[in-house]
Design a protein around this ligand. Structure first.
Ligand SMILES: NC(=O)c1ccc[n+]([C@@H]2O[C@H](COP(=O)([O-])OP(=O)(O)OC[C@H]3O[C@@H](n4cnc5c(N)ncnc54)[C@H](O)[C@@H]3O)[C@@H](O)[C@H]2O)c1
Ligand SMILES: [Zn+2]
Length: 369
């Protein structure tokens, strides 16, 4: 049985379907939100054979002409060059305003295909079928689409909610343990920023999640989508500051991602960034030690890094933190923690405190997990 619910935004509605084997019903779910005549299924080389082709078949079975466009796996595919190649496919296949772009893959595919859909003919429908945990609970929800620019990640993009997101929990069976853990970093983040209930849920359900129990994964994804959507609904275009809470762990996390030259997964960097943000919150006298220790323990349970695997140059990280997208008038705005479920935005953080928070996640005798 699939769970089905609607996310209501200011000017759009997203139907969400979650369940084991949900991809098999994609054609019918599409029919319920629109009569698409033609669709291009955008998928990457790792998932095309198993999931991309299946999606195209179910579309054809309901009378929607579908072609599959396969992109190379990896963030390098989030480029304007790739966008152009996909426009070529849409043009030659004759996808017009009544058509759709269907994404089947991780966050790279959903971000890229979402952007192509949002811009082709000033916008055709995007149907997102995320296949990684990161995409299920984060990238596919909230309307951010886009590609990278040579000067930075995600610098080109638009906000546009898809009418349909179909999450097939079965896809997670083939996901590597490393990618699964990376996705769990965002889930732990959602627990920490909302409070005791979902944090304790993570503690209670670790073995079921790690064992990829279908029902537990379904609940995990639904709860995460609910949290992300309710934060986004308060600040759809990142204007009021409400959406900033989702950046918990991301300021230092992004800097680590860059300094490590993208050797580490985004979620791994977010895990390290959350540990550093907790330590920073402690240093600022906001957070009790036991909460910071609890967050760290939870990240380790899910197989995440809480110390860097290789030493990094603290100054290089500080430098990148200072160049964060959210830096205003030379001050970086951190999301700090006062308690589980209680965050504060703080722009007045002393450099020394930032340095020691970063030092606290360096590998070392007292730092080994
Ligand atoms: N739009 C947003 O709000 C938002 C939020 C979070 C992340 N993102 C973006 O998402 C991207 C990261 O997403 P990701 O972690 O899913 O990366 P990804 O799309 O690169 O997927 C990770 C790897 O897993 C493979 N894969 C995908 N599904 C699989 C499956 N079911 N089984 C086996 N392998 C599978 C992919 O081929 C890839 O090699 C980044 O570009 C990030 O900027 C966007
Ligand atoms: Zn993230």
């Amino acid at each position: 049985m699939c769970q089905e619910f609607d996310l209501k935004w200011h000017h759009a509605v997203t139907r969400v379907v979650i369940g084991d084997g949900a991809l098999g019903g994609l054609g019918d779910y599409c029919r319920a939100v629109g009569r698409f005549e033609r669709a291009i299924v955008v998928t990457d080389e790792n998932v095309a054979g198993q999931f991309g082709n299946r999606a195209a078949e179910t579309l054809r079975s309901v009378g929607c002409a579908a072609e599959v466009a396969i992109i190379p796996a990896g963030d390098a595919s989030k480029s304007l060059r790739r966008v152009e190649l996909l426009y070529d496919r849409l043009a030659s296949f004759g996808v017009s305003r009544d058509g759709a772009v269907v994404a089947v893959g991780g966050g790279v595919v959903t971000d890229l295909a979402g952007f192509v859909a949002a811009t082709w003919m000033r916008g055709v429908a995007a149907v997102l079928c995320p296949t990684t945990l990161e995409a299920d609970i984060d990238a596919a929800i909230g309307g951010k689409t886009g590609v990278n620019h040579s000067s930075g990640k995600n610098l080109i993009g638009v906000f546009r909610h898809p009418p349909l997101v179909v999450v097939d929990t079965d896809c997670l069976k083939t996901l590597s343990d490393r990618d699964m853990a990376a996705g769990m970093a965002e889930s732990v983040k959602h627990g920490v920023i909302t409070g005791e209930a979902f944090t304790a849920w993570h503690e209670r359900n670790a073995s079921a999640v790690l064992g990829r129990d279908e029902a537990t994964l379904g609940e995990l994804i639904a709860r995460n989508i609910d949290i992300k959507a309710s934060v986004v609904a308060r600040d759809e275009r990142e204007e009021s500051g409400a959406r900033a809470v989702l950046n918990f762990g991301h300021t230092i996390g992004h800097a680590i991602e860059k300094v490590s030259a993208y050797r580490l997964r985004h979620g791994e960097c977010v895990s390290l960034g959350m540990v550093a943000a907790c330590r920073l919150s402690q240093a600022m006298g906001l957070l009790a030690n036991d909460v910071a220790d609890r967050v760290e323990r939870l990240l380790r349970v899910y197989g995440l890094l809480t110390r860097l695997d290789q030493p990094v140059d603290v100054e290089a990280i500080c430098d990148h933190v200072g160049r964060d997208k959210k830096t205003m008038a030379g001050k970086t705005r951190f999301v700090l923690l006062k308690a589980l479920g209680e965050t504060v935005l703080e722009s007045d953080v002393p450099q020394d405190a930032i340095r020691s928070a970063i030092a606290s996640i360096q590998p070392g005798p007292c730092g080994s997990p």
